[in-house]
Design a protein around this ligand. Structure first.
Ligand SMILES: Nc1ncnc2c1ncn2[C@@H]1O[C@H](COP(=O)(O)OP(=O)(O)OP(=O)(O)O)[C@@H](O)[C@H]1O
Length: 206
C-alpha cells in the first residue's frame, strides 16, 4: 500500500470532526473524500499530507508510520489546497515554475506548453494571476499536475469553479496519473468523480 490509515480521529476547536477512519490506498487507485461543508474534508487532507497530526490513529506511507515517514511522504507528494497558492503577480507559466521550484522540481517549456494547452490556458499565458477569473486561476494552479512527477496527489476540491472543458481535462489527467501507477486523494462536493469509472474508494461522512 502507498498510503494507509487506521483508527484515525480528527478534531478541531475542542470537538470531534470524525473518528475511526481507515483506508488503504494502493498505486493506481484514488480515495474520494465526500461530506457536508465543515465536516472535516480539508482537515483530513492536510493530515494526510503530514501538515497536522491526527488526534488518534496511525497513518502509514509505504509501510512506515508517520511522523517517522513524514519527510519521505512529503518528498513524494503534490498538494493542491482549497486556496490556490498561485501568485497574482505571475502569469501561468511562471506560476507553474515557482510552485515546482518550491518542491525542488523542474520542467521543460514544452511540458508547460502542453499543460496550458490541455487546460485551455494557452491564450492566457502572458496574463498575470490577478487578471484571471477565479476559474482560470484555478486552472493555472492545476497546471502543475501536468508536469509534476510526484506519485501521490492530494487535491482539495480540484473541480471547484471549473467549467465542463476544464473538468474533463482534470479528470483525464488524474486517470492518466493512476494508470501510470500514481495514486490520488480527492475531495469533492458533487458526483462528478463517481461518474468517471476511475478506481475509487469512497470515504463519506457528514
Ligand atoms: N483554524 C480553525 N480553528 C478552529 N476550527 C476550525 C479552523 N479551521 C476550520 N475549523 C473548523 O473545522 C471544521 C472542519 O473544517 P474543514 O475546512 O476541514 O471542513 P471541510 O469539510 O473541508 O469544509 P468545506 O466543505 O466547507 O470545504 C469546521 O467546522 C471548521 O469550522
Amino acid at each position: 500500500m502507498s498510503l494507509a490509515a487506521e483508527g484515525l480521529a480528527l478534531g478541531r476547536g475542542g470537538r470531534w470532526l470524525v473518528r475511526d477512519i481507515g483506508f488503504e490506498l494502493a498505486p493506481g487507485h484514488a480515495l474520494l473524500v465526500q461530506g457536508s461543508n465543515g465536516c472535516g474534508k480539508s482537515t483530513l487532507l492536510r493530515t494526510l499530507c503530514g501538515l497536522r497530526a491526527p488526534q488518534a490513529g496511525t497513518l502509514r506511507w509505504r509501510g512506515r508510520a508517520l511522523p517517522q515517514a513524514t519527510a519521505d511522504l512529503q518528498a513524494n507528494l503534490a498538494y493542491l489546497g482549497h486556496a490556490d497558492a498561485t501568485s497574482g503577480e505571475l502569469a501561468p507559466p511562471e506560476n507553474v515554475r515557482s510552485l515546482l521550484a518550491l518542491t525542488g522540481e523542474a520542467c521543460t517549456d514544452d511540458e508547460i506548453d502542453a499543460a496550458l494547452h490541455a487546460l485551455g490556458l494557452a491564450a492566457y499565458r502572458h496574463v498575470r494571476g490577478r487578471a484571471l477569473s477565479p476559474g482560470l486561476r484555478r486552472r493555472a494552479a492545476l497546471a502543475r499536475f501536468w508536469v509534476t512527477r510526484r506519485p501521490l496527489w492530494v487535491l482539495d476540491e480540484p473541480l471547484a469553479g471549473l467549467d465542463d472543458h476544464a473538468t474533463r481535462a482534470v479528470v483525464d489527467r488524474v486517470r492518466t496519473h493512476l494508470r501510470a501507477g500514481g495514486c490520488a486523494v480527492l475531495s469533492c462536493h458533487t458526483d462528478t468523480w463517481t461518474r468517471t469509472e476511475l478506481p475509487l474508494h469512497r470515504l463519506r461522512w457528514s
